[in-house]
Design a protein around this ligand. Sequence first.
Ligand SMILES: Nc1ncnc2c1ncn2[C@@H]1O[C@H](COP(=O)(O)OP(=O)(O)O)[C@@H](O)[C@H]1O
Ligand SMILES: [Mg+2]
Length: 139
Amino acid sequence: MTMIKESYPVKADDMTSAGDVSARIKRQMKQLGIPASVVRRVSVGTYEAEINLVIHSDGGRIDFEISPEKITIRVVDQGPGIPDLKKAMTEGWSTASNEVRNMGFGAGMGLPNMKRNADEFDIQSTVGVGTDITMIFNI
Ligand SMILES: Nc1ncnc2c1ncn2[C@@H]1O[C@H](COP(=O)(O)OP(=O)(O)O)[C@@H](O)[C@H]1O
Ligand SMILES: [Mg+2]
């Protein structure tokens, strides 16, 4: 049984609204009485994924689904895709520009943190097509 299923677009390069979708999802989880530890883990994963859409992708969307036993976050973008997933998953590895780093992003911890916080983590990426991430958090 699905209680909530929503999809939010995320624009590329739009730093002013970066974080808005994850903040909204966090608010909804709190309103539904999801345990604080779960809210925290989902929020970290969703925020990192959202920032990656803004700073690395050509734009995409975040799907958010809650059932009584789990929260599913799916993050899909329209490119450019990740050439080497193993490198991308390495702590501290980042292709972020100096401009992005000066804004406080690009520590290379986003993908490792998503994997660490989720109970299930799957990433598929094809250069020229895009990246598709699914994170599942047990409630
Ligand atoms: N949605 C994406 N589209 C294209 N490349 C991505 C995407 N997400 C991550 N990457 C690549 O993987 C690298 C590591 O990502 P991450 O661990 O979040 O670190 P950071 O965002 O700080 O660079 C990024 O620097 C980028 O090269
Ligand atoms: Mg990142």
